[in-house]
Structure formats: C-alpha cells, structure tokens
Design a protein around this ligand. Structure first.
Ligand SMILES: C[S@@+](CC[C@H](N)C(=O)[O-])C[C@H]1O[C@@H](n2cnc3c(N)ncnc32)[C@H](O)[C@@H]1O
Length: 217
C-alpha cells in the first residue's frame, strides 16, 4: 500500500531535529514523574499478562524504550525517522530499534503484549487515526495493553521551527474523549486516564490513556 503523503514531512522534520531533540526530550521525561507512573503501571500489567514483546511506536531517540526495559519489559522501538533510529541504536546498542511506520507495521497479527505510543500519534491527521489504531489492534495479542500519550486540545498547528530547526509537519491536539471513542471503534477499551494540567514545565495539558484489547477479538 502507498505511504500516506503526510509521512514524508514528519520523517524529514524529525531527521532534521533529531540531534537537538535528544539533548532535551530525555531530560524532560526524567522530570515527568506522573507520566512515568503510568509507564510503571503499564509495565507491571503487561508482565502479568505474560512475556510477549512490547513495541514503543514513534520511539524517537529510544529513552522510553530503554526505560521500559529497565522495568523488566522486553521492549523494542520503531520510528519513522532513520536519524532517530540511528541515535537510539548508538545510545542503547543492546536494544532493538527498527525504522518503520505505525500506519503499516511490519509485525504479525497478535504479536505484541503491549504498545506504547508516547507523544507520537499527534502528527497523524485525525481522519487517519483509525488506520493507526487499527494497526495497534491488529498487532496486539488478545488482552494486550496500549498506552498512548498526547497533547490535549482541538487545534491544528503548523509550526515553522522546532528544536531550533525548520520543520514542515502538522501537529494535531487531541481530546481524550475523541481518542477514547476512536480506540473503542478499533476494538480497545480505555481502562485508565491521566490528565496533567499546564504548569511551569508544561505549556499545554497532556493526557495519557491506557486501553486494553478485548480477550475475544
Ligand atoms: C515528539 S517525538 C516523540 C519521541 C519519543 N516517543 C519521546 O517521547 O521522546 C515523535 C516521534 O514519533 C515519530 N513518528 C511520527 N509519526 C510516526 C509514524 N507514523 N510511525 C512511526 N513513528 C512516527 C517521529 O519520527 C518522532 O520520532
């Protein structure tokens, strides 16, 4: 199937920002105790389900993949940007990182115990989210868990620069109720929500939803 046209801009933009992104994002992640709390719960629940692999989709420079592994999860990363994957491989040489797109995952049906999509679905035009959530559902094992983090709102943003570089991607803020409904239509049920309000370190509200694929689908 032909690649959706918006992906070229996302790939090029993240290739351009990758070396500067890695100087900032992992440090922010270390400061985000609440979001890491959701990841800790996710790791515990995934392991209680068995030992299936967990994919960190849109893994960027790999720090969340590494964090999942430090929690005992057999996690690997996938990212659209070859530059991001190079950095992840260089930084965490013992872990697996693949170049790929969450719109068409190179993974068998029912392969994964869990999926983390950590601030990585927000470049997907909302009308294309059913494709992405359909891939999550296809690749998760029955009972598999999803953790998805995103910026909250209803704006469509077209930033000209990011991390000191020109970028050409679009960014879509999302409403948790809309994401929950799209996940439900894709065959997953939201089981927990974390909402973080704006603060000194957080420009916009952000949400993290945990969802489960039914045991019977
Ligand atoms: C804001 S960064 C987040 C990276 C990392 N998850 C983190 O928390 O720092 C968004 C990442 O998602 C990736 N991405 C966006 N759309 C993607 C897609 N369709 N498939 C795979 N990766 C994608 C980008 O290349 C970029 O590395």
């Amino acid at each position: 199937m032909a690649e959706p046209s918006y992906l070229a801009a996302v790939r090029e933009s993240y290739d351009a920002v990758a070396e500067d992104y890695v100087k900032i994002a992992p440090a922010r992640f270390r400061e985000d105790a609440l979001a890491r709390g959701m990841l800790a719960a996710f790791a515990e629940l995934v392991q209680a389900n068995g030992r299936r692999p967990v994919a960190d989709l849109g893994c960027g420079p790999g720090h969340v993949t590494a964090h999942l592994n430090s929690l005992g999860v057999a996690g690997f990363g996938v990212d659209l940007s070859p530059k991001m994957v190079d950095i992840a491989r260089r930084t965490y040489p013992t872990l697996r990182f693949d170049v790929g797109s969450m719109t068409a995952l190179d993974l068998p049906d029912g392969h994964l115990g869990g999926i983390v999509a950590w601030w990585s679905v927000f470049h997907t035009p909302p009308e294309d989210l059913p494709v992405v959530f359909g891939e999550f559902h296809r690749t998760l094992a029955p009972g598999g868990l999803l953790l998805v983090g995103f910026h909250v709102g209803d704006e469509h943003l077209r930033p000209e620069r990011s991390y000191g570089h020109p970028v050409s991607y679009d960014a879509y803020l999302l409403l948790p109720d809309d994401v929950e409904e799209l996940l439900r239509r894709a065959g997953m049920v939201v089981t927990a929500r974390l909402m973080q309000e704006p603060s000194q370190s957080l420009k916009r509200p952000q949400a993290c939803l945990m969802a489960r694929k039914s045991e019977h689908s």
